[in-house]
Write a protein that binds this ligand. Structure first.
Ligand code: GTP
Ligand code: MG
Length: 149
């Protein structure tokens, strides 16, 4: 089954939005298979956002993501990678549609609350970067027949 890596950034944790954000993914019907609170090292931040190394905002992005605890998560479900990105909304919360996490809860591109893997390859890379295999729990929710025909 498809999996994605999502992380509630330090602003989401500080603003007490952890429950609200998890609720949106749970009620959509996705399954939580990994969850931990992490103080992110600069090394992990630089590996995670390596693709943005040359961008002008890279140093402030690394400062921000290492500034406080992050909730690292792996979610599972049919189409979860693209669907989670839709639930999250556009990178700049001012452009994100109402109904999305960033559209409803944020106002600044540097404080956009949550990260989501953007493709199958990045999901595989990021899950491996943030989680050990034994930290992921495979389980079958009993509501599965009520979510899928
Ligand atoms: P992530 O899920 O965090 O990867 O966001 P994204 O995939 O929607 O955006 P992208 O990967 O392009 O950028 C990574 C992060 O860098 C964003 O979430 C923003 O916090 C930050 N960022 C991107 N573009 C800008 C920008 O133009 N200015 C600033 N200050 N930050 C930016
Ligand atoms: Mg991204």
């Amino acid at each position: 089954m498809e999996r994605t890596f999502l992380a509630i950034k330090p602003d989401g944790v500080q603003r007490a939005l952890v429950g609200e954000i998890i609720r949106r993914l749970e009620t959509k019907g996705f399954t939580l298979v990994g969850l931990k609170l992490v103080n992110v090292s600069r090394e992990l931040a630089e590996q995670h956002y390596g693709v943005h190394k040359e961008r002008p905002f890279f140093p402030s992005l690394v400062d921000f993501i290492t500034s406080g605890p992050v909730v690292a998560m792996v979610w599972e479900g049919e189409g979860v990678i693209a669907s989670a990105r839709k639930l999250i909304g556009a990178t700049n919360p001012l452009n994100a549609e109402p109904g999305t996490i960033r559209g409803d809860l944020g106002i600044n591109v540097g404080r956009n609350l949550i990260h989501g893997s953007d493709a199958p390859e990045t999901a595989t890379y990021e899950i491996g970067l943030w989680f050990k295999d034994e930290e992921l729990v495979s389980w079958q929710p009993t509501i599965t027949p009520w979510l899928h025909e």
